[in-house]
Design a protein around this ligand. Sequence first.
Ligand code: FES
Length: 102
Amino acid sequence: MKRVDTTQCLAHVLVCVNQRPNSELPSCAKGDAEGVYEAFRRWLDDSGLRTRIWLTRTQCMGWCHIEGTTVAIYPEGIWYRAVTADDCTALIDEHLLPLLEN
Ligand code: FES
């Protein structure tokens, strides 16, 4: 086993894009999950921060029973549900841009 070097990583954004085909159960993919993921991905590509802020698509993180799309941001450990692509700029401004100021 080899430990991954995370020393350059300022934050890790997890976006649930889980879908449940042929199911009545809720899932983030039934909301705006792909739009949320793409909004973060586009910002990271445009800002050249992909190596500093990691972005990961996930399976169910357990909050879709209320309302997805679920997003988690570490190291803060902040979780949101009912996120839409329109919310991403506010999340970036509040949680990611301040990390670049240090
Ligand atoms: S499907 Fe996204 S939190 Fe459950």
